[in-house]
Design a protein around this ligand. Structure first.
Ligand code: HMH
Length: 224
């Protein structure tokens, strides 16, 4: 059972930026997986780019983990983030096996511009100047976009090709959904005590994550 969520800043911001949130979570690429019309070369492009992204995401999450240990004051924050880091270990193994399944040689994949820019953003988020509440908001948004997108491909009435359900299950499963809700609760708790300045920064970071996610999906169309 999901526990009822009280409305916090994140939901308020999502309402305000609803069309951008929808663009990030219902991108044509995701919709094409769900309706079965997906072009496999797009999937392979996404796979190679996302593998590179995840390699850059690991140090970001490791940084969130260190901050959860040092700055949070709530012991369960560390456990939630550690769980996320542990699942990234499985995720990298999963990418490698998908890479061989689809004949995508990751050693030759070059990060496209949108990928580079997203990874640069992650690096900026690792600065100690960025408040914990802001980092947590970014972390939640990054995970939630994938959760919402891939869960959509598994919803009632989907025509997702069987060979792509592994990818959809990875982020669309209920455990990942619960994990995203845990990260969201941490972010909301931090935002409750944040300064006006930190709140403005967190909203801005949320918008930027959504923009980076849209640009990331766009790479699947091909080209640079
Ligand atoms: C682009 C992107 N965003 C988020 C995740 C994970 O949630 C991922 N693997 N890739």
């Amino acid at each position: 059972m999901e526990k009822p969520e009280k409305r916090g800043m994140i939901d308020t911001w999502l309402d305000k930026h609803r069309s951008l949130y929808t663009a990030a979570t219902r991108h044509d690429f995701v919709v094409s997986i769900r309706d079965g019309s997906v072009d496999l070369s797009s999937f392979k492009t996404w796979l190679g780019q996302d593998y590179l992204f995840v390699r850059g995401f690991v140090p970001f999450v490791a940084n969130v983990l260190i901050r959860a240990c040092k700055e949070s004051g709530v012991t369960s924050d560390m456990e939630v983030v550690l769980g996320g880091l542990a699942s990234l270990n499985d995720e990298i193994e999963w990418f490698k096996s998908e890479g061989s399944k689809w004949s995508v040689d990751f050693s030759t994949v070059v990060a496209q511009k949108a990928n580079q820019e997203y990874r640069r953003f992650l690096e900026a988020m690792m600065s100690s100047e960025v408040e914990y509440s802001v980092v947590m908001t970014a972390f939640w948004a990054i995970e939630a976009v994938y959760q919402e997108s891939f869960a959509h491909c598994l919803e009632e009435g989907n025509k997702t090709p069987a060979e792509l359900t592994g990818a959809c299950n990875r982020w669309g499963n209920d455990g990942f959904k619960q994990y995203c809700l845990s990260v969201k609760s941490i972010a909301e708790r931090c935002l409750e005590n944040a300064s006006g300045e930190a709140l403005a920064e967190a909203e801005d970071v949320l918008v930027r994550v959504l923009e980076h996610e849209v640009a990331f999906w766009e790479m699947s169309r091909g080209g640079q």
